[in-house]
Design a binder for this molecule. Structure first.
Ligand code: GLN
Length: 511
């Protein structure tokens, strides 16, 4: 029996490629076939790049056959969140205003992926301009959670997380402004890491809120995230906020994982009220496992966390309103000419009216208001003060703990449509992830099992001080190993198969 190549981790697939047991064309084709079979139901992809992916794969196979020394991940397929600008491949950021735009350049992370020989198989669905926690704000329809197709896959990067959870790609790139890598990982049983702010270049990532955005990896194992992070991280002169640090190998941090003596601080404010009992149960079990392996569990307070969402929903829309001003019908993307003609302003206004969805408009209005003369100090200024308090709270907490920990989100995946009419309750879902973005620190979500009441995945979130991403990979890998030892299998091996025979006949091969 041949191995199903889509079930392999990126690391395992890379080994088979390097020994010549499998070709990149075979691996790429297997994933394209899987996409064709299940993506009609999951809708993780906005664009499947079959031709260019197979051509890239063939090129890697040729170079390998010619004896060229290749990067260990060369020939492994990867999915790309549509917020990332890709030369020659449509990039919409989930918005109608960019429909049909094919960028003339690559984001730095793409340049790095190409240099390492990774094969981009397509662009994944997302909330419009990365605004949302469910992918329901995509202008192209929602993505469905592979664990239960009636549920959200998280957001804004639901497409990348669902693609990885549904075995359509071994790993993917995401972006995280307030949790868009970690919360989708939590609800899909995958691993997602938001790097330290400045650790991965933002050049060519369509900006939502520039002081909060970070690109990072989404995968099925901690090692795969680390391997991908090692490729995309590092200084980029094209991003003025990019750190010049020499980063350690994150894959090494995974391989040397050890929690003996590690001080883990449980965040007091991120448990209890509002957190689903089944989420808390898996969370506490995971802590007990870590304690059994020698970690020291303490409790730490982050009192300003209760104001973090309010501060975020002033700072993020303020920056978004400015970043989205460039979609003006003149430079690129959609242009709508009002009936009977009009001035340049009329054209801009008609284009933005038609091109932006309701959530984007809501945030542009909120942000413009928060920055307006007379209100600037009261809103934006106060929010920046809260941001400083959050940073101070973290600094104090890290004096007593090496890493902090909380559930990644208060609940498991909610039902599609459940929160679309209630933006505030959608915003509250990010209570545990937003503080890290305000502080610029790294965070990782790792699956810890299924909630008893609904059988849906639960993630645990670890946070570390800025620049200590390697510490997160260590603790996450240790926990992953402990859990797999306990279960005797990986969590995602328990996910529904989604094989075409089980699916609705009308959905088959819709891609
Ligand atoms: N859900 C959050 C928001 O709506 C975070 C989004 C993100 O990280 N891009 O802003």
């Amino acid at each position: 029996m041949t191995t199903d190549l889509t079930r392999l981790t990126a690391d395992a697939l890379a080994t088979k490629l390097s020994t010549g047991e499998v070709s990149s064309v075979e691996a790429t084709q297997a994933h394209l076939d899987r996409i064709a079979a299940v993506d009609g139901s999951v809708h993780a992809f906005l664009h499947v790049a079959s031709d260019s992916a197979l051509a890239e794969a063939a090129d890697i196979d040729r170079r390998r056959a010619a004896g060229e020394e290749l990067h260990p991940l060369a020939g492994v397929p990867i999915a790309i969140k549509d917020v990332i600008v890709t030369k020659g491949m449509p990039t919409t950021s989930g918005s109608k205003i960019l429909e049909g735009w094919v960028p003339p350049y690559d984001a730095t992370v793409m340049t790095k992926l190409r240099a390492a020989g990774l094969v981009s198989i397509g662009k994944t669905n997302m909330d419009e301009f990365a605004m949302g926690s469910s992918t329901e704000h995509s202008a192209y329809g929602p993505t469905h959670n592979p664990w239960d197709l009636e549920r959200i896959p998280g957001g804004s990067g639901g497409g990348s997380a669902a693609a990885v959870a549904a075995f359509e790609a071994p790993f993917a790139l995401g972006s995280d402004t307030g949790g868009s890598i970690r919360q989708p990982a939590h609800v899909t049983g995958t691993v997602g890491l938001k790097p330290t702010y400045g650790g991965v270049s933002r050049y060519g990532a369509i900006a939502l809120a520039s002081s909060l955005d970070q690109i990072g990896p989404v995968s099925r194992t901690v090692l795969d995230s680390a391997l991908l992070h090692d490729v995309i991280g590092g200084h980029d002169p094209r991003d003025s906020t990019s750190l010049t640090d020499a980063w350690p190998s994150f894959a090494e941090a995974v391989r040397n994982a050890d929690v003996a003596g590690l001080r883990i601080g449980v965040i007091t404010e991120l448990q209890g009220d509002g957190f689903q009992p089944g989420v808390m149960e898996r969370f506490r079990e995971a802590l007990a496992l870590l304690e059994g392996a020698g970690a020291i569990i303490t409790e730490v307070g982050l009192p300003s966390v209760e104001h973090a969402i309010a501060a975020y929903y002033l700072i993020m829309p303020a920056e978004a309103s400015s970043n989205l001003a460039k979609f003006d019908s003149v430079r690129f993307g959609l242009r709508v000419n009002p009936k009977g003609g009009g001035t340049v302003e009329d054209v801009m206004s008609a284009t933005r009216e038609q091109g932006f969805g309701a959530e984007a408009k809501r945030r542009i209005i909120l942000g413009t208001y928060a920055l307006s003369a007379g209100y600037y100090d009261a809103y934006y200024g106060s929010a920046q003060k809260v941001r400083t308090l959050v940073q101070r709270d973290f600094a104090a907490a890290f004096a007593n703990a090496d890493v902090l920990v909380s559930p990644t989100a208060p609940t498991t995946a909610f039902k599609l449509g459940e929160k679309t009419g209630d933006p505030l309750s959608m915003y509250l879902n990010d209570i545990a992830t937003i503080p890290a973005n305000l502080a610029g620190i790294p965070g990782i979500s790792v699956p810890v099992g299924l909630a008893a009441e609904d059988g849906l995945p639960v993630g645990i979130q670890f946070l570390a001080p800025a620049r200590e991403d390697a510490r997160l990979y260590g603790v996450a890998a240790a926990l992953e190993a402990l859990l797999e030892q306990k279960w005797g299998h990986t969590l995602l091996s328990q996910a529904p198969d989604l094989s075409p025979s089980e699916m609705n006949a009308t959905d088959e091969g819709a891609v």
